[in-house]
Design a protein around this ligand. Structure first.
Ligand SMILES: Cc1ncc(COP(=O)(O)O)c(C=O)c1O
Length: 422
């Protein structure tokens, strides 16, 4: 990036708001992006797991262009529009909750979690929420409170809202078994908080920011059982696991466990800002008139884009693609584990794969610096990736599910060479 660009950034946006790329992005096409210096990259960051259907998917673009011929905004609370209702209907039909559901549309992941917990507290008339260590739920105060990873999200920003508790999330590679995690939930309910005053569990089917750690079906089924037994609502934060990432349309499909409420965002609208709260109708309908709302939520443009995204899943057989990608990626990355002692673990549902980098496979000591060097090497060779995890030592794959197979293979080859030459 030229000094001029760096200076403009420094002069105009807060220093804390840093970017990984060193040059302005000027063009994106499916899984590829180009910067101002005309460097071409395969984009396995995908706008942070947003571009499941790629940059400027033609089906999404067409819907947005059509919408822009008519109007760009109408606050749903004042003037309802058909696309919002179509999106809600599609999500109600597709999200795997067998009871009738209703869907409320907002702008961002954090806003969807805010609303899901707000609705859960209102419905249950209980105040406590149990979230999990390593979980990430957003940057607003409630969602920071729910987040179970301090640095950089919470450090210095306290105090956080009360009545939030954190239990262990299973992490097999670091010896937190399902039993240990469930035991910590039970201990919280025995020693720290009265179960009759717990409104909800908020849990990711697979940790995103927390290190791409999948929860087992058994763990989530046990949470479901505890929720049923104690009248606690089960909220799945599917902001990152939704829309094909985990190998099925939603994380709940992958683990075959149904929540009472789920939150969706990121991949929902192909890069346009939209998020959703889908929940059982009796819960969603319990709120008094105008108790929930959002000026920009259900933006007609974003809703048009979301319908385009669903069309891509239906017409371009995206779930089949995703499974094929996952197979190729797992084979290559697990194979690489045998060649490099820096790779401690390769895990995750579908294409939501995390590669945990360690000093060596015996000591398992987290090696953030090595992870960052690998990421840097990959960037130099045309592949974009970012890290995650409590120790920052997990490299995650968040590329479009529409990436052509030859580019999936190209990305894996760049990754392999970067690891081997570290
Ligand atoms: C699981 C999860 N929940 C919530 C959020 C917050 O979403 P947003 O940044 O759209 O507010 C994120 C964002 O990374 C996420 O991964």
């Amino acid at each position: 990036m030229s000094n001029k660009d760096i200076n403009t950034i420094k002069e105009n946006v807060p220093a804390s708001w840093t970017s990984s790329m060193d040059s302005f992005i000027v063009k994106g096409k499916n899984a590829e992006i180009w910067d101002r210096e005309n460097n071409r990259y395969i984009d396995y960051v995908g706008g942070y797991a947003v571009l499941n259907t790629g940059h400027l998917n033609p089906r999404v673009v067409k819907r947005v262009e059509d919408q822009l011929k008519n109007y760009s905004h109408s606050c749903f609370a004042f003037a309802p529009h058909e696309n919002a209702v179509k999106v809600a209907k599609e999500i109600n039909e597709r999200y795997p909750i067998k009871e009738n559901t209703k869907t409320f549309l907002v702008n961002s992941g954090a806003e969807s979690i805010e609303n899901a917990t707000k609705i859960a507290r209102y419905f249950t008339k209980r105040k406590n929420i149990i979230a999990f260590k390593g979980g990430f739920h957003g940057r607003t105060y409630l969602t920071m409170g729910l987040t179970g990873k301090d640095n950089p999200y919470k450090t210095g920003f306290g105090p956080f809202p009360e009545f939030i508790h954190h239990a262990e999330y299973p992490y097999l590679y670091r010896d937190v078994s399902d039993e240990v995690a469930i035991d910590s939930v039970n201990k919280l309910l025995e020693n720290n908080v009265n179960p009759d005053d717990v409104a909800a569990f908020v849990v990711e089917v697979q940790l995103g920011e927390g290190g791409y750690i999948p929860a087992s079906k058994q763990f989530l089924a046990e949470l479901r059982r505890i929720s049923n037994e104690k009248g606690i609502l089960l909220i799945f934060d599917e902001v990152q696991t939704g829309f094909g990432r985990t190998g099925e349309m939603f994380g709940a499909d992958t683990v075959n466990v149904s929540p009472d409420i789920a939150t969706l965002a990121k991949g929902i609208a192909g890069g346009f800002p939209l998020a959703a709260v889908v929940g059982k109708s009796n819960i969603m309908d319990s709120i008094h008139e105008s108790g929930i709302g959002s000026t920009f939520g259900a933006s007609p443009i974003s809703c048009a884009a979301a319908l385009g995204v669903l069309e891509v899943f239906d017409k371009d057989d995206l779930i089949k693609n995703t499974k094929q990608h996952a197979e190729i990626m797992n084979k290559s990355l697990k194979g690489l584990m045998e060649e490099s002692t820096f790779i401690g673990d390769v895990r995750g549902y579908g294409t939501m794969i995390g590669v945990e980098i360690v000093e060596n496979q015996e000591t398992k000591i987290p090696a953030k610096d090595i992870a960052l060097n690998i990421i840097d090497n990959c960037k130099t060779n045309g592949l974009l990736l970012v890290n995650c995890g409590l120790e920052g030592n997990v490299i995650r794959f968040m590329g479009p599910l529409t990436t052509p197979i030859n580019q999936v293979e190209e990305a894996l080859e760049i990754f392999k060479n970067s690891v081997i030459n570290i």
